[in-house]
Design a protein around this ligand. Structure first.
Ligand code: UDP
Ligand code: MG
Length: 317
């Protein structure tokens, strides 16, 4: 008897990629079922994250044509992390193992076999990590890899070059359910759950259709933070102001030094001006950083739901 595999794929405006993604995954599932690796009751679940295009109707159609496909419809757009969590929590009861992946299949689907094998080898969590980043620009590779290194250096446990392509067993998902935070960063939480885990590597491809839903990723996530936390905005401005004032202090430093060496100053003028600006900038940055954390606490204390499922199309038999 083989185990039941559910795949969860968050979709936001993915009408262009869905038919092809569905075709490739169905083929993969048919092979896995034929080889006795996974049970016939295994499902491919698309989570519609409040798309504005035909994504949900395509999912409904896929489900009607083939029971291998299931769909979770969220009440509105909640962002990738929340959509993924919604999918994982919705299918948890029906699956023995769940693999999460992006709907654009940028992650090589060949990794599914490796993940399932590692699951049967007794691993509850199998992280998919990118082997090399040849297809990335130098800038992207540098910033991404620095992010993983910096996060680890600051005490956050993240798997190097692993995003959200991973396999989780039922009991590790039960563990994940106990983490209630609304500031969701799944790849940081999963390692905290524990249980035996391992890493498999794959090469990440380009999108075969559609556009990235994260253009200028960094800026968007910055903007999204600002919008989702609404009234935390002023604190964010303090941080930005602090950075600005610190930059001004640098300019002031140069200016006063020039004046000092040209002898056009009163005794003590340079040191006072430099320290006023410099300390002011540092203080504002410090306030901003503290504010960031208070903003997070503010959001957590509300205990708002992280997602609301409107409907779940699933054929258990
Ligand atoms: N996504 C989502 N909700 C959003 C934005 C994105 O569910 O608000 C999904 C998207 O459909 C895709 C995955 O998250 O399946 C990753 O997005 P994308 O491929 O655009 O990001 P990239 O690969 O460029 O980082
Ligand atoms: Mg992508």
């Amino acid at each position: 008897m083989s185990d039941i595999l559910y795949m969860v794929l968050p979709c936001y405006n993915e009408e262009e990629v869905l038919p092809e993604t569905a075709r490739q995954l169905k083929e993969k599932y048919q092979t896995l079922i034929a080889n006795g690796k996974i049970d016939k009751k295994s499902r491919i679940v698309f989570v519609n994250d409040g798309s504005k295009d035909r994504t949900w109707s395509i999912i409904e159609q896929l489900h009607n044509e083939d029971k291998m496909f299931s769909g979770v419809n969220l009440s509105r757009n909640r962002g990738h992390q929340n959509a993924l969590l919604a999918g994982l929590m919705t299918v948890k009861a029906h699956a023995d193992m769940v693999i999460s992946m992006d709907a654009d299949l940028q992650d090589d689907i060949g990794v599914i076999d490796a993940m399932v094998d590692e699951y049967y080898n007794g691993h509850d969590v199998v992280y998919g990590a990118r082997s090399k980043r040849e297809k990335d620009t130098f800038f992207k590779r540098f910033t991404a890899e620095s992010f993983y290194k910096l996060t680890n250096a600051l005490g956050g446990e993240v798997v190097f070059n692993h995003a959200d392509c991973r396999l989780m067993s039922k009991r590790s998902l039960d563990g994940l359910e106990k983490y209630k935070e609304v500031n969701l960063f799944l790849r940081g939480i999963v390692p905290m759950i524990g249980y035996p885990s391992t890493v498999v590597t794959y090469e990440r491809n380009e999108r075969f259709a559609g556009e990235s839903k994260y253009p200028l990723k960094k800026m968007l996530s910055f903007a999204m933070e600002g919008i989702t936390s609404l009234s935390v905005k002023p604190i964010r401005f303090v941080t930005v102001g602090g950075v600005f004032v610190s930059l001004v202090s640098l300019a002031m430093m140069i200016y006063t030094l020039v004046r000092y060496f040209t002898g056009a100053t009163v005794e003590g003028w340079s040191s006072i001006l430099i320290s006023v600006w410099f300390i002011g900038g540092i203080q504002m940055i410090a306030l901003g950083v503290i504010g960031e954390y208070i903003g997070k606490i503010y959001m957590e204390t509300k205990e708002r739901p992280r997602f609301i499922v409107e409907s779940f199309l699933n054929d258990k038999e």
